[in-house]
Design a protein around this ligand. Structure first.
Ligand SMILES: C[S@@+](CC[C@H](N)C(=O)[O-])C[C@H]1O[C@@H](n2cnc3c(N)ncnc32)[C@H](O)[C@@H]1O
Length: 200
């Protein structure tokens, strides 16, 4: 099966259009991030797979000191145009360019879907978090891969669904405590996303 473009290439093409679907991206969260965004005030926070800053901007507005990590310089450039005070770092969320125990909270929304496996990313979250720190994840379910189109033609971006139970178990294996775990659904009971909050 064709898996689509890798995220770095894919988001280089998609960056200029990503924000047009903001309401669609928001819909995966159903406002469940709000209390954690409020909790980030005054904290050192990493947004992993931050993209154009949909969540980073809310964290910054709530008073967090935000570092936005993404593999796509084109997505980060959009974020930087909107808010130059947010630190942007180009890099891989599976191999983060940070020292151990730097952050009070790690957020990652809508980005896990681009990783083949979740273990390296979870390991990195654990490593860069301070003791007692929290990881707040929104693990989305793509029912089918999004067909995108630009002047070079049609394309998709590599994506993998991670079943909620698997993600929770992988986190528990790393000694994360599970603070909150909810599967969000739509009318027909198909899962749209998982909200998972982990404590180191
Ligand atoms: C659907 S967007 C989500 C952006 C933002 N978190 C949001 O909620 O709107 C997925 C983002 O993950 C980034 N990404 C994918 N794989 C990555 C990786 N291995 N390391 C860092 N960022 C990655 C992509 O470049 C893209 O910006």
């Amino acid at each position: 099966m064709q898996r689509g473009l890798d995220p770095k290439q894919g988001y280089a093409r998609y960056a200029h259009e990503y924000d047009e679907l903001e309401k669609f991206w928001d819909s995966f969260e159903q406002n469940k991030l709000d209390p954690y965004i409020a909790e980030s005030a005054g904290k050192r926070v990493l947004d992993a797979g931050a993209g154009t800053g949909r969540v980073s901007l809310k964290l910054h507005a709530a008073g967090a000191k935000v570092t936005a990590l993404d593999i796509s310089p084109e997505m980060l450039a959009k974020l930087h145009q909107k808010e130059p005070d947010i630190e942007i770092v180009e890099g891989d969320m599976e191999d983060m360019p940070f020292e151990d125990e730097q952050f009070d909270m790690v957020f990652s929304s809508l980005a896990l879907v681009h990783l083949k496996k979740v273990e390296s990313f979870l390991n990195e979250c654990y490593r860069v978090l301070k003791d007692g720190g929290k990881t707040v994840l929104v693990n989305i379910h793509y029912r089918k891969s999004m067909l995108l189109k630009d002047n070079q033609g049609k394309y998709t971006i590599e994506a993998y669904n991670h079943f909620p139970r698997h993600l929770t178990e992988a986190a528990e294996k790393l000694a994360f405590g599970v603070e909150y775990d909810e599967i969000l659904t739509e009318g027909d009971d198909v899962w749209v996303s998982q909200m998972l909050v982990l404590r180191k």
